[in-house]
Design a binder for this molecule. Structure first.
Ligand code: PAF
Length: 292
């Protein structure tokens, strides 16, 4: 397994693979890998001849008050996990390699790069409101990573559902010749969605955090039993979360699964429930499909 630190070396390696007719699968990550990431790597491994994972904590997707500095960076362990999964290369650039030598601190104005990718509408709602600039940072770094790794397929978890929709949209709009492969959220036995940020939770918070999945599952079960009233579903979910004093809901919403526009009624088009909450100081998001 190769560890590559510069965009130029990564581009050269990918070009060599593609020229010899090999398919490149790509799993972008910020490291602190868990089973959710590894499920993406396994899917890539089974569908592509070469697999690249990136490990890059992208500063431009963190707000000034967010956890950029605390974000876990267990790089050696991540490398071990990726090696065990049969990954061919890790792309692990420095911030300077991605954004220019001036980008050593979290000072976006100091970055040498001046080009950003912004997906309007899909990127303006939900996470876009609570974390201004976050989805622009994600769309920009993913665009850069696509141009550096040049994969034919890229793998994303459904756990960050809005991120997935934003990336699908930018791939369509910017004509990237890349297939986006979404994979289901991987959960703990009690339903908590795996996230690198779960490591921040104190034991009582970890216990309370199960309310998010309980609320989502409750909505899905009620819909299965015939409930179609969005307000009734919303109230049932709020009640479950409100029963946990450590959980402070930021939004619970039932949206069109493609446009992410809030729905007034559940009809035929696929719907998704999105939830974001703070559990203590830790912000968690999750979502579930509604089938009816
Ligand atoms: O989902 C993540 O880990 C990040 O947002 C991504 C896609 C690797 C971009 O930094």
């Amino acid at each position: 397994m190769q560890i590559i630190e510069t965009p130029q070396q990564m581009q050269a390696l990918s070009a060599e693979w593609r020229c010899s007719g090999q398919t490149v699968g790509f799993v972008p990550t910020m490291g602190a890998l868990h089973e959710g990431h590894l499920s993406l790597v396994r899917a890539a491994r089974s569908q592509c001849q070469k697999v690249v994972a990136s490990v890059f904590v992208n500063p431009t997707q963190f707000g000034p008050q967010e956890d950029l500095d605390q974000y876990p960076r267990p790089f050696e362990h991540d490398c071990e996990l990726l090696r065990e999964e049969g990954c061919d290369a890790i792309f692990a650039p420095s911030v300077a390699a991605m954004y220019g030598a001036a980008a050593l601190k979290h000072e976006p104005h100091a970055y040498e790069s001046h080009t950003f990718v912004e997906v309007s509408k899909l990127g303006d709602v939900w996470e876009g409101v609570i974390r201004p600039g976050h989805l622009r940072g994600v769309a920009t770094v993913v665009t850069k990573l696509f141009n550096i790794v040049r994969p034919q397929r890229a793998y994303f978890g459904e756990k960050d559902y809005q991120q997935l929709k934003v990336i699908e949209c930018l791939v369509r709009d910017l004509n990237f010749d890349i297939e986006i492969v979404p994979l289901p959220t991987v959960r703990e036995a009690d339903g908590l969605a795996l996230s690198s940020r779960n490591a921040y939770l104190a034991p009582a918070e970890r216990a309370a955090a199960t309310a998010l999945y309980q609320a989502l599952s409750q909505a899905a079960a009620m819909v299965q039993q015939g409930e179609r009233d969005i307000a009734v579903l919303g109230a049932a979910m709020e009640k479950i979360c409100d029963a946990q004093p450590l959980v402070k809901v930021q939004y619970i919403t039932i949206v069109d699964a493609e446009t992410l526009a809030p729905l007034d009624r559940l009809e035929d088009s696929p719907a998704r429930v999105l939830i974001a909450a703070k559990v203590g100081e830790t912000r968690l998001i999750d979502n579930i499909a509604l089938s009816f």
